[in-house]
Write a protein of this length. Structure first.
Length: 199
Protein backbone atom coordinates (compact mmCIF):
# COMPACT_ATOMS: atom_id res chain seq x y z
CA UNK A 1 0.00 0.00 0.00
CA UNK A 2 2.85 2.34 0.79
CA UNK A 3 4.27 1.64 -2.59
CA UNK A 4 0.93 2.40 -4.19
CA UNK A 5 0.69 5.70 -2.32
CA UNK A 6 4.24 6.64 -3.24
CA UNK A 7 3.54 5.86 -6.88
CA UNK A 8 0.32 7.87 -6.77
CA UNK A 9 2.14 10.85 -5.25
CA UNK A 10 4.93 10.62 -7.85
CA UNK A 11 2.39 10.43 -10.69
CA UNK A 12 0.47 13.35 -9.19
CA UNK A 13 3.63 15.50 -8.87
CA UNK A 14 4.70 14.57 -12.40
CA UNK A 15 1.25 15.59 -13.69
CA UNK A 16 1.39 18.93 -11.87
CA UNK A 17 4.90 19.63 -13.18
CA UNK A 18 3.90 18.70 -16.74
CA UNK A 19 0.78 20.86 -16.66
CA UNK A 20 2.81 23.72 -15.16
CA UNK A 21 5.30 23.45 -17.99
CA UNK A 22 2.55 23.55 -20.62
CA UNK A 23 1.02 26.65 -18.98
CA UNK A 24 4.42 28.37 -18.93
CA UNK A 25 4.99 27.42 -22.57
CA UNK A 26 1.65 29.01 -23.55
CA UNK A 27 2.53 32.21 -21.67
CA UNK A 28 5.92 32.29 -23.39
CA UNK A 29 4.22 32.02 -26.77
CA UNK A 30 1.83 34.90 -25.97
CA UNK A 31 4.65 37.09 -24.63
CA UNK A 32 7.71 37.16 -26.82
CA UNK A 33 9.81 39.14 -24.40
CA UNK A 34 9.76 42.12 -26.76
CA UNK A 35 7.98 44.92 -24.92
CA UNK A 36 7.07 46.79 -28.11
CA UNK A 37 5.50 43.72 -29.72
CA UNK A 38 3.58 42.94 -26.55
CA UNK A 39 2.31 46.50 -26.31
CA UNK A 40 1.24 46.46 -29.94
CA UNK A 41 -0.57 43.17 -29.45
CA UNK A 42 -2.43 44.54 -26.41
CA UNK A 43 -3.35 47.71 -28.30
CA UNK A 44 -4.79 45.67 -31.18
CA UNK A 45 -6.86 43.60 -28.76
CA UNK A 46 -8.17 46.76 -27.05
CA UNK A 47 -9.00 48.32 -30.41
CA UNK A 48 -11.00 45.26 -31.44
CA UNK A 49 -12.92 45.33 -28.18
CA UNK A 50 -13.50 49.10 -28.14
CA UNK A 51 -16.97 50.30 -29.18
CA UNK A 52 -17.18 52.24 -32.44
CA UNK A 53 -17.83 56.00 -32.03
CA UNK A 54 -21.26 57.18 -33.04
CA UNK A 55 -21.57 59.61 -35.96
CA UNK A 56 -22.93 63.01 -35.03
CA UNK A 57 -24.83 64.71 -37.83
CA UNK A 58 -24.38 68.45 -38.35
CA UNK A 59 -25.98 70.94 -40.72
CA UNK A 60 -23.03 70.52 -43.08
CA UNK A 61 -23.77 66.79 -43.43
CA UNK A 62 -27.37 67.34 -44.46
CA UNK A 63 -27.61 68.60 -48.04
CA UNK A 64 -30.47 70.94 -48.93
CA UNK A 65 -32.86 69.41 -51.44
CA UNK A 66 -34.18 71.61 -54.21
CA UNK A 67 -36.59 70.51 -56.96
CA UNK A 68 -35.90 66.83 -56.43
CA UNK A 69 -32.15 67.06 -57.06
CA UNK A 70 -29.76 66.33 -54.28
CA UNK A 71 -26.76 68.59 -53.87
CA UNK A 72 -23.55 67.23 -52.37
CA UNK A 73 -22.80 68.27 -48.84
CA UNK A 74 -20.14 70.91 -48.43
CA UNK A 75 -16.96 69.63 -46.87
CA UNK A 76 -14.39 71.72 -44.97
CA UNK A 77 -11.95 71.28 -47.88
CA UNK A 78 -14.51 72.79 -50.27
CA UNK A 79 -14.98 75.92 -48.17
CA UNK A 80 -11.29 76.80 -48.27
CA UNK A 81 -11.23 76.92 -52.06
CA UNK A 82 -14.21 79.25 -52.39
CA UNK A 83 -13.39 82.80 -53.30
CA UNK A 84 -14.91 85.72 -51.47
CA UNK A 85 -17.85 87.16 -53.34
CA UNK A 86 -17.46 90.65 -54.79
CA UNK A 87 -19.98 92.00 -52.29
CA UNK A 88 -17.66 90.97 -49.44
CA UNK A 89 -14.90 93.36 -50.59
CA UNK A 90 -14.28 96.06 -48.01
CA UNK A 91 -15.97 99.35 -48.93
CA UNK A 92 -12.79 101.38 -48.27
CA UNK A 93 -10.84 99.25 -50.73
CA UNK A 94 -13.55 99.55 -53.35
CA UNK A 95 -13.65 103.34 -52.91
CA UNK A 96 -9.86 103.55 -53.23
CA UNK A 97 -9.97 101.49 -56.43
CA UNK A 98 -12.73 103.69 -57.86
CA UNK A 99 -10.77 106.82 -56.96
CA UNK A 100 -7.64 105.44 -58.64
CA UNK A 101 -9.62 104.65 -61.79
CA UNK A 102 -11.29 108.06 -61.85
CA UNK A 103 -8.05 109.96 -61.12
CA UNK A 104 -7.17 112.36 -63.87
CA UNK A 105 -3.81 111.47 -65.49
CA UNK A 106 -3.09 115.20 -65.91
CA UNK A 107 -3.73 116.05 -62.25
CA UNK A 108 -1.01 117.43 -60.02
CA UNK A 109 -1.00 114.27 -57.90
CA UNK A 110 -0.56 112.00 -60.93
CA UNK A 111 2.28 114.12 -62.35
CA UNK A 112 4.10 114.35 -59.03
CA UNK A 113 3.85 110.58 -58.65
CA UNK A 114 5.26 110.01 -62.15
CA UNK A 115 8.15 112.39 -61.51
CA UNK A 116 8.91 110.72 -58.14
CA UNK A 117 9.02 107.30 -59.81
CA UNK A 118 11.36 108.59 -62.54
CA UNK A 119 13.67 110.25 -60.01
CA UNK A 120 13.78 107.01 -57.99
CA UNK A 121 14.84 105.10 -61.12
CA UNK A 122 17.63 107.62 -61.76
CA UNK A 123 18.82 107.48 -58.13
CA UNK A 124 18.90 103.67 -58.18
CA UNK A 125 20.84 103.63 -61.46
CA UNK A 126 23.36 106.16 -60.09
CA UNK A 127 23.93 104.00 -57.00
CA UNK A 128 24.51 100.95 -59.21
CA UNK A 129 26.98 103.00 -61.30
CA UNK A 130 28.84 104.02 -58.15
CA UNK A 131 29.16 100.36 -57.08
CA UNK A 132 30.41 99.36 -60.54
CA UNK A 133 33.03 102.13 -60.47
CA UNK A 134 34.28 100.97 -57.06
CA UNK A 135 34.51 97.40 -58.33
CA UNK A 136 36.44 98.60 -61.38
CA UNK A 137 38.92 100.49 -59.20
CA UNK A 138 39.34 97.41 -57.03
CA UNK A 139 39.92 95.22 -60.10
CA UNK A 140 42.66 97.53 -61.36
CA UNK A 141 44.72 96.94 -58.19
CA UNK A 142 43.64 93.30 -57.72
CA UNK A 143 46.32 90.87 -56.58
CA UNK A 144 46.03 87.28 -57.79
CA UNK A 145 47.72 84.56 -55.77
CA UNK A 146 47.78 82.32 -58.84
CA UNK A 147 50.66 83.56 -61.04
CA UNK A 148 49.08 82.13 -64.20
CA UNK A 149 45.84 84.03 -63.63
CA UNK A 150 47.77 87.19 -62.73
CA UNK A 151 49.73 86.98 -65.98
CA UNK A 152 46.59 86.36 -68.06
CA UNK A 153 44.80 89.28 -66.43
CA UNK A 154 47.82 91.53 -66.92
CA UNK A 155 47.82 90.92 -70.68
CA UNK A 156 44.10 90.51 -71.43
CA UNK A 157 42.61 92.79 -68.73
CA UNK A 158 39.42 90.76 -69.19
CA UNK A 159 37.92 91.50 -65.78
CA UNK A 160 38.67 95.22 -66.00
CA UNK A 161 37.28 95.45 -69.53
CA UNK A 162 34.06 93.68 -68.49
CA UNK A 163 33.58 96.10 -65.61
CA UNK A 164 34.25 99.08 -67.87
CA UNK A 165 31.64 97.81 -70.34
CA UNK A 166 29.09 97.53 -67.53
CA UNK A 167 29.95 101.07 -66.41
CA UNK A 168 29.45 102.41 -69.94
CA UNK A 169 26.09 100.61 -70.26
CA UNK A 170 24.94 101.99 -66.90
CA UNK A 171 25.99 105.52 -67.92
CA UNK A 172 23.91 105.19 -71.10
CA UNK A 173 20.96 103.98 -69.03
CA UNK A 174 21.24 106.99 -66.70
CA UNK A 175 21.41 109.36 -69.66
CA UNK A 176 18.26 107.77 -71.12
CA UNK A 177 16.44 108.07 -67.77
CA UNK A 178 17.40 111.74 -67.47
CA UNK A 179 16.19 112.36 -71.03
CA UNK A 180 12.87 110.71 -70.12
CA UNK A 181 12.63 113.05 -67.11
CA UNK A 182 13.26 116.05 -69.36
CA UNK A 183 10.62 114.81 -71.81
CA UNK A 184 8.16 114.47 -68.94
CA UNK A 185 8.82 118.09 -67.93
CA UNK A 186 8.09 119.20 -71.50
CA UNK A 187 4.95 117.05 -71.55
CA UNK A 188 3.61 118.59 -68.32
CA UNK A 189 4.05 122.06 -69.84
CA UNK A 190 2.28 121.03 -73.08
CA UNK A 191 -0.62 119.52 -71.13
CA UNK A 192 -1.16 122.84 -69.34
CA UNK A 193 0.22 121.73 -66.01
CA UNK A 194 2.41 123.70 -63.65
CA UNK A 195 6.16 123.17 -64.24
CA UNK A 196 6.54 123.17 -60.45
CA UNK A 197 4.93 119.71 -60.34
CA UNK A 198 8.19 118.33 -61.67
CA UNK A 199 9.98 119.19 -58.43
Amino acid sequence: MRLFRSLAIIVFIAGVVTSGRSILAQQDQSQTGDAVADAARKAREQKKNAPKPKKVLTDDDIAPKTAGTAQPAATPADTTTLETPPAAVKPELALAQDAAQKEDPNSEKAWRKRFAVQRKKIADAEQELEVLQRESEKASVQYYSDPQKAMNEQFTRKEINEKNEKIAAKQKEIAALRQQLSDMEDEVRRSGGDPGWAR
